[in-house]
Design a protein around this ligand. Structure first.
Ligand code: NAG
Length: 148
């Protein structure tokens, strides 16, 4: 019955990818939490900021007091999504007074910010003269994270 065998083969080939997708969909869905991350200049008159990941490079941003910039992304499958920013606190005459670089998003910060799958997790960094503060949900209840 070669016709029957072909028919069965078609059924198996058609259903198999569905099985695979179904069995791994739990992991996949877990890996795509949506995030909104905002960098806020708290009180530094001349601040340059450069944020990037392995996929994105936002270039140098020139910031002033209370200016901000933000981006949205989804966490990747292995939760290895990482954004690094370099911050330059500059003087009025354009000299670099202080400079530092750190992860504004990585696995640990992502977990701290939130892991909601169906609502955007909102993470905030405030850059101030006294250091770097983090908040989740809303830009208040700041937690001190690091100094310059
Ligand atoms: C970004 O800004 C820093 C600090 O002002 C500066 O040293 C660097 O050259 C700038 N990079 C680019 C690509 O403009």
């Amino acid at each position: 019955m070669p016709g029957m065998m072909n028919y069965l083969l078609v059924i198996v080939l058609t259903l198999c990818p569905l099985c695979c997708v179904t069995s791994s969909s739990h992991d996949r869905i877990n890996a795509f939490e949506p995030y909104f991350l905002q960098i806020i200049d708290g009180d530094i008159e001349f601040l340059d900021t450069h944020c990037r990941s392995s996929n994105d490079d936002f270039g140098n941003k020139t910031m002033t007091i209370h200016s901000s910039f933000s981006w949205k992304f989804r966490r990747n499958i292995g939760e290895t999504t990482r954004f690094v920013c370099t911050f330059w606190w500059k003087t009025a005459d354009g000299l670099i007074y202080k400079e530092t670089e750190f992860d504004v998003f990585n696995q640990q910060i992502g977990d701290e910010c939130g892991k909601n799958l169906f609502r955007t997790n909102r993470c905030f960094w405030s850059v101030t003269q006294s250091g770097f503060y983090f908040a989740k949900g809303q830009p208040f209840n700041w937690m001190f994270k690091r100094s310059w």
